[in-house]
Design a protein around this ligand. Structure first.
Ligand code: F6P
Length: 357
């Protein structure tokens, strides 16, 4: 094992740079050269889209959000025809060809479910790969946590704290839409940490009348304001997802807009002044929390260990208290949603938070 490539794919998440740093430092200490590939697998399309990474290049990046390698989020490239300096090629053929030409021995692929699925396909084409799970949504199966999630929850909790004071001052209902795609992890954790009165998640289709009834009940006992946290993937019973953009040309659908709908509905049903806020990409920005830095560092070091042991077609995972290896084939094509018997969900219900069910 002399030379490995490292890339980041999909939406960015706080902690990506901490993983890159950990991989580069541990690989270097093990005598392995690291090549940073720019813009996900696109970094393997042309030789000029990569650079050698040494501990010098990754100095001071642990606390930085984003990714020094760049990333793309445009769906599965397999089957796509592309123009290269050596003529037209099928995307995956070019990647395999360049992997050989660059004399790489393995790849460390840091990404979410989409990127890991692509990585799994490249394993099938003979590229030895170790994956590292990344997403603020925390929806990758086989790992208790993905780095990025804790930072997103911390940011959303802070936002809810700030909205509490203005909600109370104006006796309003504040609706906060958070990310998470088809899983309610961010909404559940930030909602509980922020002391929300209602939390709407994709796993529990909601009845807005029931949410409104709970908020009116609060008014009756003297709490004249409420906070409602809505996951972007939440939808009403018998209704459908709110979309900003439908899936097209390999791009996945973009969720968003349910917060405004819930806001309008609650205003009508309760007669109270109601406002909505979308936290959006702010949840993906900024410095990673210490938890995410530590997890990212452990993931990076473990990925290099798996590379050295030749354990390819795997993904590092957090199975507290250990970092373990999982088979990519066991995790791709699935997502980890909030189980209805999740202890935090049950605790929130026991405390009287409404889930609209
Ligand atoms: O998967 C991470 C995530 O931030 C989701 O929570 C969100 O739905 C999506 O990415 C947004 O993607 P984009 O950056 O392409 O708008």
């Amino acid at each position: 094992m002399n030379r490995i490539g490292i890339l980041t794919g999909g939406g960015d998440a706080p902690g990506l740079n901490a993983v890159i740093r950990a991989v580069v430092k541990s690989a270097c200490n093990a005598g392995i050269e690291c090549i940073g590939l720019e813009d996900s697998f696109d970094g393997l399309l042309e030789p000029g889209r990569s650079r050698v990474l040494t501990p010098r290049e990754v100095r001071g990046i642990m606390r930085l959000g984003g990714t020094i390698l760049g990333t793309v989020n445009r769906g599965n490239p397999f089957g796509r025809s592309i123009q290269t300096s050596e003529g037209a090629r099928e995307y995956s053929d070019r990647v395999v060809e360049m992997f050989g030409e660059m004399a790489l021995d393995a790849l460390v692929v840091i990404g979410g479910d989409g990127t890991l699925a692509i990585a799994h396909q490249f394993c099938g084409r003979g590229i030895p790969i170790v994956g590292v799970p990344k997403t603020i949504d925390n929806d990758i199966v086989g790992t208790t946590n993905c780095f990025g999630f804790d930072t997103a929850v911390a940011f959303a909790t802070d936002a809810i704290d700030r909205l509490h004071t203005t909600a109370e001052a104006h006796r309003r209902i504040m609706v906060v839409e958070v990310m998470g795609r088809y899983a309610g992890w961010i909404a559940l954790y930030a909602g509980v940490a922020g002391g929300a009165d209602a939390i709407l998640i994709p796993e529990i289709p909601f009845d807005l009348d029931r949410v409104a009834a709970r908020l009116i009940e609060r008014d009756l006992w003297g709490a004249h304001f409420s906070i409602v946290v809505v996951a972007e993937g939440a939808f009403p019973k018998g209704g459908s997802l709110a979309l900003l953009e439908r899936a097209h040309d390999g791009h996945v659908e973009r969720l968003g807009g349910i917060g405004a709908k819930v806001c309008e509905g609650l205003s009508t049903l309760t007669g109270k002044e109601t406002r909505s806020v979308v936290l959006g990409h702010l949840q993906r920005g900024g410095a990673p929390t210490s938890f995410d830095r530590v997890l990212a560092t452990r993931f990076g070091a473990k990925a290099v260990e798996l590379v050295q042991r030749g354990e390819f077609g795997t993904m590092v995972a957090f199975d507290p208290p250990d970092i373990v290896a999982r088979r990519l084939e066991d995790i791709v094509g699935r997502i980890k949603t909030v189980p209805l018997d999740n202890d935090l969900l049950l605790a929130a219900k026991a405390l009287g938070m409404s889930f609209g069910d």
